[in-house]
Write a protein that binds this ligand. Structure first.
Ligand code: ATP
Length: 321
């Protein structure tokens, strides 16, 4: 029977991480397992920034964005020396298992720890939804809703001024936030790296819609495409419609998590503790067909996530008239 575990958040923060931490801590304590919070991800594991958690330590946090354990990226952890210090600290605190909440990089680190005898379970925590083994990542829903709210506001001012807004949203290597925001906000076009695009065609479509009475235009651009200012300039030149670029940036990483992020994070955190309780490690928890499942870390890292081409087509087909 496992007696002591740790929990950490690593890589970029994401709304909902706090709900996951709470679930891990409370589920473990309920099962009689001692829990330590490791601050600032693998940095804290190396520096010994490790604190015992009790029921109260995770009280009143589910509605807060960010992560109460803080997060960081550690290059030292990727060295053998750093890994040995991390392992020694696990032994010092009696950590038999660790729940790692983060992205692919964090899971690679978890696999390395696992190879050194510490049971690890990864939870997908990133706004980008770019983790292949899961259809949903903690923080994704909040980020999409934040992007949607921001684009709605831009749309108001675009309508008043007969303008075009080229809005760059986050997503790192993936266009999931972009395509969902485009559909949710009725954008005239979505530009992601996964699909070809043609600025001349977009300009033609815009002018056609303008002829039919449309007054404001939103073009959503995914972070992995970038060049939103250049796209805005080109659109203005080709259409004569004033176009402004807005990069939403890290505003999308913050804020109070949505109900869905809180609930999924809680389910995943609970599931991770159930795995560790059974002595199962080197796993990543994910969601498939709306069910919580788990995969071997290496298998999870080797998977590829298809882009939602159908939604991209829907975004385009229902935008143009
Ligand atoms: P995000 O999606 O938000 O960027 P991430 O978990 O992918 O999250 P990374 O910066 O890639 O973020 O990784 C977080 C930490 O995990 C790194 O700072 C490092 O300590 C560890 N890590 C990353 N890649 C590896 C690796 N190949 N081997 C061991 N540890 C790694």
């Amino acid at each position: 029977m496992i007696k002591t575990i740790g929990v950490l958040t690593s890589g970029g923060d994401a709304p909902g991480m706090n709900a996951a931490i709470r679930a891990v801590v409370r589920a473990a304590l309920k099962k009689g397992i001692k829990v330590y919070g490791i601050r600032r991800g693998y940095c804290g594991l190396i520096d010994g920034d490790i604190v015992e958690m009790d029921e109260m330590s995770v009280s009143n946090i589910t509605h807060k964005g960010g992560t109460m354990l803080y997060t960081a990226r550690s290059s030292e952890f990727r060295t053998e020396e750093g890994m040995q210090i991390a392992k020694a600290n696990c032994e010092k605190y009696g950590l038999e298992g660790i729940v790692v909440i983060g992205g692919d990089g964090s899971f690679r680190g978890a696999a390395d720890l696992s190879a050194r005898g510490i049971l690890t379970v990864g939870l997908p925590g990133t706004i980008d939804n770019d983790i292949a083994c899961t259809e949903y990542t903690i923080g994704y829903d909040t980020a999409m809703n934040t992007a949607m709210e921001m684009v709605d506001k831009l749309q108001d001012t675009c309508q008043s001024h007969d303008r075009c807004s080229v809005v760059e949203v986050m997503g790192r290597g993936a266009g999931f936030i972009a395509v969902n925001t485009a559909v949710a906000c009725g954008a005239i076009e979505v530009i992601t790296k996964e699909m070809p695009y043609d600025l001349d065609q977009i300009a033609k479509d815009m002018l056609e819609c303008k002829k039919n009475g449309k007054q404001n235009f939103i073009i959503v651009v995914s972070e992995n495409v970038g060049h939103s200012q250049e796209i805005a300039t080109a659109i203005q030149e080709k259409t004569g419609i004033e176009a402004r670029a807005t990069i939403l940036g890290h505003v999308q990483r913050g804020g109070s998590p949505t109900a869905r992020d809180r609930v999924v994070a809680s389910e995943m955190g609970y599931y991770a503790v159930e795995l560790l309780e059974q002595g199962i490690g080197n796993r990543v928890v994910g969601m498939q067909n709306n069910k919580i499942v788990d995969f071997d870390i290496q298998e999870a890292l080797s998977m590829k996530k298809p882009y939602d081409e159908k939604l991209h087509k829907i975004a385009q087909d229902i935008a143009f008239f």
